[in-house]
Ligand binder design. Structure first.
Ligand code: HPA
Length: 275
């Protein structure tokens, strides 16, 4: 990748730093579809539009705003991203790489990933939260394909602890303390943009999946490559295709993400306090 990638990251880091001043984020949070209202709970917010950050994603999907918001959540400094690029929109991993690597360049160690997802279990209904314990990449895509960016990480990064076991314990403890039901499971990433077929959903169940979705897997891979610690959860918006009788659509996803949003916001707020 040309050097401009590194320059974009350094420029974005400097622009964010200059704007947020004394705020020292302990964690960055990527807010998934329908979950971006968490950013409105941030106190003393400072917002920077992606349009002002070189190399950041240009936002196109409904429900994704395209701003980074820094400030205090539950008394802790955080940086929240409202909006990310999905790989059903593009083949180009550079905007997402710029975003995730800027987190690293800012000296932040922990990345919280969130997403809207379809459930593979009858016991996990719309509004439920599932902590991601691992992922299976069925996207037929890896954002690190191409020449390795040696400035950021190794050619062959391990994914053994892709979803950080210590942070998972912390998130589960937080949920118990807050009396929030937090399911656990493996996130199976499909590329989209079509929803899965019922046969694909049955396969995802058979290979051990808990939920399916179209995001977070590339984010996690990019983050682990540059040494960020990753933790996250899915907000269940529907049963996987063929498991229920709902008609799947983006509007349905957005609407149902709101059902889990209050618990999600409480969980993340209490979690960052424990970091
Ligand atoms: N499949 C893929 N992505 C999703 C789903 C789903 O059922 N629900 C929300 N995002």
């Amino acid at each position: 990748m040309p050097n401009t990638h590194k320059q974009n990251i350094e420029a974005s880091r400097d622009i964010i730093r200059a704007k947020i001043g004394a705020v020292k984020p302990k964690a960055a949070i990527i807010l998934g579809t329908g979950l971006s209202d968490l950013a409105e709970k941030i106190e003393n917010p400072v917002a920077v539009s992606y349009a002002d950050l070189p190399g950041f994603p240009e936002m196109t999907v409904m429900g994704h705003v395209g701003t980074v918001v820094a400030g205090r959540l539950g008394g802790v400094d955080v940086l929240a991203f409202r909006g990310r690029k999905h790989f059903y929109e593009t083949d180009d991993a550079a905007p997402l790489k710029t975003m995730v690597r800027t987190v690293k360049a800012l000296g932040i160690e922990t990345l919280f990933l969130s997403n809207a997802a379809g459930s593979l279990r009858d016991s996990m209904l719309p509004g439920a939260l599932m902590m991601i314990t691992d992922h299976i990449n069925l996207m037929g895509y890896n954002p690190l394909v191409g020449p390795n960016d040696d400035d950021f990480g190794p050619r062959f990064p391990p994914m053994t602890d892709a979803w950080d076991p210590i942070l998972q314990d912390k998130l589960a403890e937080t949920a118990r303390a807050e009396k929030i039901t937090l399911h656990e499971g493996i996130y199976v990433g499909f590329r989209g943009p079509s929803f899965e077929t019922p046969a694909e959903i049955r396969m995802a169940q058979q290979i051990g999946g808990g939920a399916v979705g179209m995001s977070s897997v590339p984010d996690c891979i990019i983050a682990r490559h540059c040494g960020l610690r990753v933790v996250g959860c899915s907000c269940i918006t529907n049963l996987g295709a063929g498991l229920g009788d709902e008609e799947l659509s983006h509007a349905h996803t957005l609407q149902n993400a709101k059902r889990g949003a209050a618990d999600f916001e409480r969980l993340v707020t209490a979690f960052v306090r424990r970091l």
